[in-house]
Design a protein around this ligand. Structure first.
Ligand code: NAP
Length: 256
């Protein structure tokens, strides 16, 4: 059956990077996977690839900043696959800025995609899961939700918000007896389009990337699968006693 055999999962930002790796891994471990993203072409390709490899997946266009999109996507998934068991709030953006040069527009856009969407998605998923015996909600934060990064002011605020919102939702759901677990995951720097795109906006991209590498005691950046395996654990019943926790997968970044 696999580690998440028969479960229904929705992964936001599933077209690329950590989200795509998570969709593939959850499908390999038996889940029916809703790949959702604003990038339809890449998202369709991920879902198609999963199906061609014997898995069960479908793509849904879904902008996490839109509450209407959330409702439409959840209703479609329920209709196509059945009640939702796993939500991975993964979609996110990074705009490189410091506390001095960040604009209010950049700040608000970052909170909208990285933090507000996690609130809306978690709230909508609880509404569905609580009537179906529970589920697992996994919110992707960052090491930047644990320690400060100088060139990611707005991003740090959003990811710190995800960390504490996750704990609040976890305790609430536990106290209500919903059977819904809510946890956050804190990746170190992972080689994905998000990282390469952010680095490419800097004049000294190569220097910045080698500085980032040196901050990871294991001596290299992470891979999307490193994070997907942690998400798989939190999605599966192996983590049935885990809620409100923060799973740090960072090559030792925050240990020193
Ligand atoms: P990625 O490679 O950029 O993939 C993110 C996906 O989300 C892209 O397909 C992107 O589409 C999509 N997306 C962006 N805005 C969206 C929206 N409003 N609605 C739905 N989908 C949207 O990113 P990643 O590196 O895999 O990051 C995934 C998560 O991990 C993010 O929350 C990120 O903050 C977190 N994280 C990443 C790292 C890292 O080093 N990579 C480290 C710590 C935490 P477009 O490409 O069209 O924008």
């Amino acid at each position: 059956m696999g580690r998440v055999g028969g479960k229904v999962a929705l992964v936001t930002g599933g077209a690329m990077g950590i989200g795509a790796a998570t969709c593939r891994l959850l499908a390999r471990e038996g889940a029916k996977v809703a790949v959702t993203d604003i990038n339809s072409e890449a998202g369709e390709a991920v879902a198609r690839d999963i199906v061609e490899n014997g898995g069960n997946a479908r793509f849904y266009r879904h902008d996490v900043a839109s509450q209407d999109d959330w409702r439409r996507a959840l209703a479609a998934v329920r209709n196509d696959f059945g009640p939702l068991d796993i939500l991975v709030n993964n979609a996110g953006i990074v705009i490189v800025n410091t506390v001095e040069d960040a604009t209010l527009e950049e700040w608000r856009r970052t909170q909208e995609i990285n933090l507000e969407s996690v609130f809306v998605g978690t709230q909508e998923a609880i509404g569905v899961m609580k009537d179906n015996g529970g589920g697992s909600i996994i919110n992707i934060s960052s090491v930047m939700g644990l320690v400060g990064g100088t060139i990611e002011a707005a991003y740090c605020a959003s990811k710190g918000g995800v960390r504490m919102f996750t704990k609040s939702a976890a305790v609430y759901c536990a106290e209500q007896g919903y059977g819904i677990r809510v946890n956050s995951v804190h990746p170190g720097y992972i080689m994905t389009p998000l990282l390469t795109n952010a680095a490419s906006t800097l004049p000294n991209a190569e220097e910045v990337v080698s500085d980032l590498i040196s901050r990871h005691p294991l001596g290299h950046l992470g891979e999307a699968d490193d994070i997907a395996y942690g998400i798989l654990y939190l999605a599966s019943d192996e983590s049935k006693f885990v809620t409100g926790s923060e799973l740090v997968i960072d090559g030792g970044y925050t240990a020193k």
